[in-house]
Design a binder for this molecule. Sequence first.
Ligand SMILES: Cc1ncc(COP(=O)(O)O)c(C=O)c1O
Length: 352
Amino acid sequence: MSPGVSGPQRALATVDLGAIERNAARLPKPLCAVVKADAYGHGLAVADAALAGGAEWLAVAAADEALALRHRGVEVPILVMGALTRSELVVAVDADADVVAWTDELAEQAPRVHVKLDTGMGRLGTKDRELALRLAQRDNVVGLMTHFATADDPSDDLFGAQLEAFREFVGAVGRDDLIAHAANSAAALREPGSHFDLVRCGVALYGMDPFGTDPAAHGLEPALSLSSWVAAVRRFEAGDSAGYGRRWTAQEPTWVATVPIGYGDGWRRALTNNCDVLIGGRRHPLAGTVSMDNVTVALGPETDVRVGDEVVLIGAQGEERILAEEVARRLDTINYEVTCGLTQRVPRRHVP
Ligand SMILES: Cc1ncc(COP(=O)(O)O)c(C=O)c1O
């Protein structure tokens, strides 16, 4: 039975916690599992699986996310990596989280801070090495960090320059009691020299490829699959159109399926006439405009697709597979945005 027929969901994201655990186990250690933005759209339950796979730290972007982890009963160290307003800082500290600092004011306001040197990302952190060196001598500093801008692009040489600048900084601080960390997933997978005392991996934990191609090349298993169901199968005559704006017209007598998922679920309108789905283990193209709540799928002149059949938008069905990386390429974006973009209307079902 399809999820749409057997259960209450029009669309469903199934998250394989075993895959998360195995991905965590495959990543370098010590590992900080990055679970911001509701675990890249996978749901916070993945935090427990990451810890089961050997992660010893968790990282988030926002104070509320740290609090949500504590409410789940998480006891390991949590790093809040994002910029915080004063009131958010209070929330982070109350949640017993570490925070990131790059000014005196920030460094004074939390019991445990990680000094961030901006070695080239140009976003958060200080570019002022002398200030960072001075901050790093404070008693409440427990870590030193930086973040890479181009670790996912082996052809760009900023990565090597950032790594060198951070290595030099850590040496100049000269404190063995601090945890130095820099690597995101791409750096962790491509450059052992970037690992220092902790790696901060997000995208790889979810079984997505930080280089945007094939997670299997790094021994990673995609954890999230997205499915819906065939709500209608109708015959179109040549010239009949599907969806807003008549952006697809049948060229010959054709069967068309209606599937109740759309941009209101995060299945983006830019996928109009530009995406395949799996039904009965075979690829079928979207036909016509993605609307808020529905898409239409061309099934061809003959079909055995029936109302109630399962539709896979991300994931495997039979021998076929659609990766988040494929959807990202069609949208001219990155896999991160595909899973983060699934809206709250799509229930997340976590399976062991
Ligand atoms: C500061 C910082 N570290 C680590 C990560 C994890 O990156 P990735 O998901 O590429 O592993 C992020 C995510 O963007 C980040 O902002």
